[in-house]
Ligand binder design. Sequence first.
Ligand code: KG4
Ligand code: ZN
Length: 356
Amino acid sequence: MRILAIETSCDETAISVVECSEGFSKPKFKILSNVVASQIKIHAKWGGVVPNLAKREHLKNLPVVLKKALGKIKIKDIDLIAVTIGPGLEPALWTGINFARDLNKVWDKPIIGINHMEGHIVASLLNSKIKYQKSKLWKFPVMALLVSGGHTELVLIKNWLKYKIIGQTRDDAAGEAFDKVAKMLKLPYPGGPQVAKLAEKFKFQDSSFKINLPRPMINSKDYDFSFSGLKTAVLYKLKELGIMNKELKIAICHEFQQAVIDVLIAKTIRAAKEYKVKSIIAGGGVIANNELRKQLNETIEKNIPNTKFLIPDTKFTTDNAAMISVAAYFRALKKPFGKLRASPQSLKANGNLILK
Ligand code: KG4
Ligand code: ZN
């Protein structure tokens, strides 16, 4: 099954074509194209994503990205159109949905709406480079750690397409905290990769700063998170010190990143133990963070070595459409094909779509 997917939930216009085969037992994915047009430069001026600007850029980018994603692929070889319907910015989501509806009409192909977070979950099956996995498929039950610009959650997956959120952030998402701390340090948007880059430099300098930041909710009995206080702690620290130089920025980035990593890892390991899961998977933009990837892997190997750990290739952690193609494949397997032909008009954007 060749699935063309459209992803416009935030500030990336993405279209992919993925050839999916072998069903639930041994799913295989051949990425025929994976085009992402980033709007970072446009939003960077404003220090964050401006929904109406995102909408305008998606409208402009979609036909160009489609042409690139199709390349030499023939329309007759596409079996299904998938589109992200939420969560995300509604004006941005609608551009993708309307575009998918138009293609459905012109091409006469079935169409399916996909939850963006389900995309981040199944992205963990797109993991070509990781050597330590014996096999690329997870074993149920699975604990998913999803960390992006809009979400931080732990999701228990007992079977295909069955999700139960067991904990989530009570305020800022981890990615949002990275972006806000970067802003305080006058680093460009999006802040996550910038903070990570400076944090990396900490190892190579003999810092005169000893920064200690809190690890919010690390010992709370639930699986919820809170990153707003951590961000405020950075603000107070900067005020208290009253200076801003490269050395301090490096020390702050390192300690802030480690605080986020400590909390994410502690909760994931505890949840994995309590729910006796056989696999841990991770997804979302913050999972592009090398230090988080490394430490999560090491901690799992050390503490729960029999648990399988699946993580996407870095390019599939941040927003992309390949993950939406993959999610659409599993959804399509569960539905009678006739039902996929159901009215495209029923697809609606839902900015707060919940995974269940
Ligand atoms: O999943 P994603 O691309 O979009 C959403 O669905 O939100 O995640 C974007 C988030 C941003 O907050 C960005 O700063 C963060 O992921 N991010 C990172 C890194 N790369 C992207 N955070 C920490 N370290 C990184 N290397
Ligand atoms: Zn995302």
